[in-house]
Design a protein around this ligand. Structure first.
Ligand code: HEC
Length: 158
């Protein structure tokens, strides 16, 4: 019984510890994003591009109306992009291994990054710990500043 108690205490500490870590890192990957509306496959073959590879964009329900019509996104809107390497299959490029996932979530507390939370994850969903201002926000601000920091357009979603 004593051992069981210690086990429970340790597990509780672990759960609290993990939750704190996730908070400190600012984000965790939304569960079930694979069921959101998904873009057609996009491929970038320029090896110098950050987006080299094959990617899909997922858009949640909250973001959809503004994504379709334009304008500012409501609080809580989310976008997820999954990146894969490019593999050759009989001369045809197909998606290989998943190598990165990125998230944007509209969150007014994120003042340093324009009211969106930016976060990068490894293929297994663990935070990759990249600086969201330097490595995410600056590019989105520079090139998508007029569309509430969102690049993707509904018109080329499919
Ligand atoms: C060099 C510029 C650049 C940088 C740096 C960058 N992005 Fe992007 N991001 C883009 C472009 C371009 C797209 C649209 C890709 C497409 O056409 O599918 C995009 C798309 C996205 C999307 C889908 C919503 C949208 O805006 O279309 C998310 C989410 C996202 N990026 C998150 C991030 C995160 C998180 C980081 C940092 C880890 C990051 N981005 C860094 C240029 C950038």
């Amino acid at each position: 019984m004593k051992r069981l108690m210690i086990g429970v205490v340790a597990l509780t500490a672990l759960v609290i510890g993990t939750a704190t870590l996730a908070l400190a890192a600012g984000a965790s990957l939304p569960k079930g994003y694979a069921r959101w509306e998904r873009s057609a496959q996009k491929m970038v073959t320029d090896k110098n591009s950050l987006f080299y590879g094959i990617h899909y964009t997922y858009v949640d329900k909250k973001a959809m109306p503004a994504f379709k019509k334009g304008g500012a996104y409501p609080e809580g809107s989310r976008f997820v992009v999954e990146f894969f390497s490019i593999k050759d299959k009989g001369g045809k490029p197909v998606a290989g291994k998943k190598n990165m996932i990125v998230l944007m979530k509209k969150d007014k507390r994120q003042k340093a990054t324009g009211g969106w939370l930016f976060a990068g994850f490894n293929a297994n969903g663990s935070p990759s710990g990249i600086d969201p201002v330097k490595n995410c926000y600056e590019c989105h601000l520079k090139e998508a500043g007029k569309t509430d920091l969102v690049f993707s357009k509904f018109s080329d979603f499919r």
